[in-house]
Design a protein around this ligand. Sequence first.
Ligand code: PGA
Length: 247
Amino acid sequence: MLNELNSPARNKHKIIVANWKMNGSEKLLKDFSTFVPTNSNDIIICPPFTLLEAAKAILPNFVKIGAQNCSEEDEGAFTGEISASMLQERGVSHVIIGHSERRTLFNETDAAIFKKVGSVVKNKLTPIICIGETLLEKKAKKTLQVLEKQIEGSVTKASVHTQLIVAYEPIWAIGTGLIPNESEIRDTHSHIKEKLKKYFNTDIPVLYGGSANAENCTKIISIENVDGLLVGGASLKKHDFVTICNC
Ligand code: PGA
């Protein structure tokens, strides 16, 4: 399945990831249980840890289940942490790693993120590694420099054969209703792809995230080198999320 997601044959399909953050309930999952997109994009829903098992049981089979974080350790005295092997046991297939909220609110460094990626890959799950610049960095024209540093620190030390997904999420676009313009997204994605090509022998999918919604999804997803979307707020509304999945 992991190979399938990265293989050229799947290139026509987009990858749509729902990041529910610290939101959602069994009631919302039940709402999503009747959810039927009309095309064959890959759909991954990432609810909070406590809903993972229910998500696996309630959501339709074509939906893959992802977690939003995991420990960099396998097991041990790490109160409150959840390891990648525990997620694997729950039927999770993907794990979001290094979301900007983790990087800024929980002080996750590139080095810690890379350790988490290692643990996720070791447990045969697919990491969705988030990178992105702040507004200050964008204004200082440092976007590409920041992304390169994040890619080098948190992505590229993985083996060339590693199956992974990268999500470009400008921090200033997350939850703000602001998005980069089309040419900014195109240029940034092609830069990220070029950089990743130097390290990996498969095409690494690069998703866009940050205020993607039912209105702008078709436009964003048709930009060259955008392989899919990582959706926060709009993924909590079933009608909007179905529209996004049908992009
Ligand atoms: P948003 O969040 O779609 O609500 O901007 C995206 C994310 O944080 O992954």
